[in-house]
Design a protein around this ligand. Structure first.
Ligand code: SF4
Length: 414
């Protein structure tokens, strides 16, 4: 664990809830449907977050459960069963249905785990699972953690083998998943699975011969569930930027006995291309001062990339929570003079940001407009999740994401 002191904050937070993860999970898991059991607020959130992306019949919806007291619970369960039955009859292509919990008290009173078991039995051909995306329990990306945790018991058991298999954990855009699959294959690691898979029916097996790499830094509960099934973690930095990607691939290569000559042969050319792609942006970003508000949980790995490969000066790196084990290698690479904060007290953090007057503040949508009005250039942290940024081929896009707001501001000032 890094010796960096951590500023712990427990005040008001300005982060999305875990429902937001449905935005990328429903695109990744192509035979699943996400039914939010929630309120009108949840429906509005999903509508505005997804508004520009709906071009076909979406694979998520909200069952609105409101204004019930305890006496109305039986009705709520009946109503939920009716909504699910109607949905499945209308959309026969649904093979897996996630009931996603939210924070209204009417929903908290419902036992969605039991409802999922009951409906799975009743519906037969549809697997019904449940997890919580409630804003009380989850921040923005923790919804993915909760969803993947719910999938782990569904993974088949890996047969005992002479050689281990590799599991990559965390939702990646298909194009990035394909790039990594090709790279592992070129390294001679053939038995590779991804969680989540594109189809719940094709979930990879797991067992004591599984070695897993985390592709995302917000999967503590999923990792725990995998360990319970015997899988073992390969500690590494996260695959952002050239350094992070190389160290991530090396962790797998070392665990699978890949010769260092072969590693260099496979990794060398794309790593060089990525170094060239980011060099152009380093000129613009070098020396710029960046302040991270806690939001996506990607803050620490991205900050490490920015400071070590782009020459950025970090002022504060805030994260909703810090998983000490998963973050150990990232924290060891951060400069000693950075303020690392965990949790949030938004007013105090805004004061620190204003006092520091950074060149870029990375923050959630709710803070971006007020900060821009005050003359502080912002980068929406939601873009870090929605843009393909992992791996060598995307390193240039990652750098460009931070160069763009500076370019925009300088054009506005001309
Ligand atoms: S789950 Fe809670 S925080 Fe999220 S939209 Fe619904 S009511 Fe709001």
């Amino acid at each position: 664990m890094s010796a960096l002191p951590v500023l712990h904050e427990r005040g008001q937070r300005e982060v999305f809830c875990g429902l937001t993860g449905i935005m990328w999970l429903h695109r990744k898991i192509q035979d699943a449907f996400f039914l939010i059991v929630g309120s009108r607020t949840c429906a509005h959130l999903m509508q505005s977050a997804a508004g520009v992306m709906i071009f076909a019949e979406p694979r998520f919806a909200t069952a609105i459960i409101e204004d019930r007291d305890l006496a109305g619970l039986a009705d709520s369960n009946e109503e939920l069963d009716r909504v699910v039955s109607d949905l499945v009859a209308r959309r026969p292509e649904i093979k897996t249905l996630f009931l996603v919990g939210s924070c209204p008290s009417e929903v908290i009173k419902l036992d969605l785990g039991r409802a999922a078991a009951r409906l799975s039995q009743r519906l037969n051909a549809v697997r019904v699972l449940a997890y919580s995306g409630s804003g009380i329990e989850t921040t923005f990306t923790e919804g993915e953690d909760a969803c993947l945790e719910a999938l782990v018991p569904e993974m088949p058991t890996l047969a005992t083998k002479t050689r281990p298999s590799l599991l990559v954990v965390g939702a990646l855009p298909d194009v990035v998943e394909d790039q990594f699959a090709r790279m592992f294959s070129a390294l001679g690691i053939e038995d590779v699975g991804f969680l989540p898979a594109r189809s719940v029916d094709a979930l990879p097996p797991v067992g004591p011969d599984t070695r897993y790499l985390l592709a995302q830094p917000f999967l503590g509960r999923t990792a725990h569930a995998l360990e319970e099934r015997g899988a073992r973690h390969l500690p590494a930095t996260f695959p952002f930027g050239v350094e992070g990607t190389t160290s991530w691939l090396r962790a797998a290569a070392d665990a699978f006995g890949v010769r260092s000559g072969r590693f260099d042969e496979v990794v060398g050319p794309p790593a060089k291309r990525a170094t060239r792609a980011i060099a152009h942006y380093a000129e613009l970003l070098e020396g710029k001062r960046v302040f991270f508000f806690p939001d996506s949980q990607l803050e620490i790995p991205i900050a490490r990339f920015l400071t070590r490969e782009m020459g950025v000066q970090l002022i504060e790196v805030g994260a909703p929570y810090i998983h000490r084990d998963h973050m150990a290698r990232e924290l060891a690479l951060l400069p000693r003079d950075v303020t690392l904060s965990e949790g949030q007290d938004v007013e105090r953090q805004l004061d620190r940001c204003r006092a520091a007057a950074p060149d870029i503040a990375v923050c959630g949508l709710g803070l971006a407009n007020p900060l821009e009005v005050e003359g502080i250039t912002t980068k929406w942290s939601i873009e870090l999740v929605f843009t393909p940024l992992h791996g060598y081929e995307q390193a240039g896009d990652l750098a460009e994401l931070f160069a763009r707001p500076l370019n925009r501001r300088s054009r506005l000032e001309v």
